[in-house]
Design a protein around this ligand. Sequence first.
Ligand code: AQP
Length: 341
Amino acid sequence: MTEAAPQFTPRVFSGIQPSGGLTLGNYLGALKRFADAQDQGMETIYCMVDMHAITVWQDPDALRRQTRELAAGFIASGVDPEKSILYNQSQVGEHAQLGWIFNCVARMGWMQRMTQWKDKAGKNSQNASLGLFAYPALMAADILLYHATHVPVGEDQKQHVELTRDIAIKFNHDYGTEFFPLPEPVIEGAATRVMSLRDGTKKMSKSDPSDMSRINLTDDADAIANKIRKARTDPEALPSETEGLKERAEARNLVNIYAALNDQTVEQVLADVGGKQFSEFKPMLADLAVAKLSPISTEMARLMEAPEEIDSILTRGADRAREIAQPVLKRTLEIVGMVHG
Ligand code: AQP
């Protein structure tokens, strides 16, 4: 018998791995939008997904530092721990429990098709961790544990949110229920896929071996200006219309970054800068990036001086998260047929 469709309260969930320093890609694709989502009348839950981070090797001391630094990055970017639930994943054991159930729902073939698995495991897949392969099932658990309906992510995570929907559909179908909602990826803004400053066809990533490929949220003004000055471009002037950026990945990337940092559309930016050479545009972009990012790095450094304050914010966030997660997990276990007191 099919359970009556529950009404799902709109709720936002998203996460970031503490697997290294934060980049401009994480800021524009995720953090900035997480902060904006707090004022849209929905409950917002943000998680530092440390259990995902260890799917590739993490030095324990580095993981601890990166988790606190990531928490500082969230707060410095405008995520308010009073308005949002902010915590690290491993403090809420329900993620792992629901993740196991979803390991038994997801199919091997689904996982094998994941672009991130293919990219990260590459030709060395026999040596990759089992966790890296199962990562999307745990991510589905992260989202569905809160019955989240909206998942703000960058373009690169779209496939994983779609897989979350597939897992919810299969679970609901297999158990004759409508217990889990089908969450929507929310991918919007001018910079949903910030590209490497050295190669406009590659995503800007915290694990890229070249530090010049990315802007880190901890970079100082000189480093930001230097990286933008050296960013790869082409010899043409900037166009006045978006059509003119079509075959120009590097130029498009820098214009997208400018637009996203300045809360403008690409059309608005091109209306102002069309016809300018990069020698003129790059210093404009560097000034804008420094103006927007310096207050964030200063605040992150200040917060990092009080790690115990960060830890207590995360513990409190985990307590609040558990209040939502526990009844969802309990009901899931009942649906699956597990005996519980
Ligand atoms: N270049 C990007 N442009 C837009 N959004 C991005 N995100 C990451 N890179 C970009 C978004 O940031 C959120 C958190 O990502 P993550 O750190 O958990 O994992 P990731 O996507 O694998 O990020 P990285 O920087 O590429 O990390 P590594 O190098 O460890 O794999 C997500 O919403 C993501 O879309």
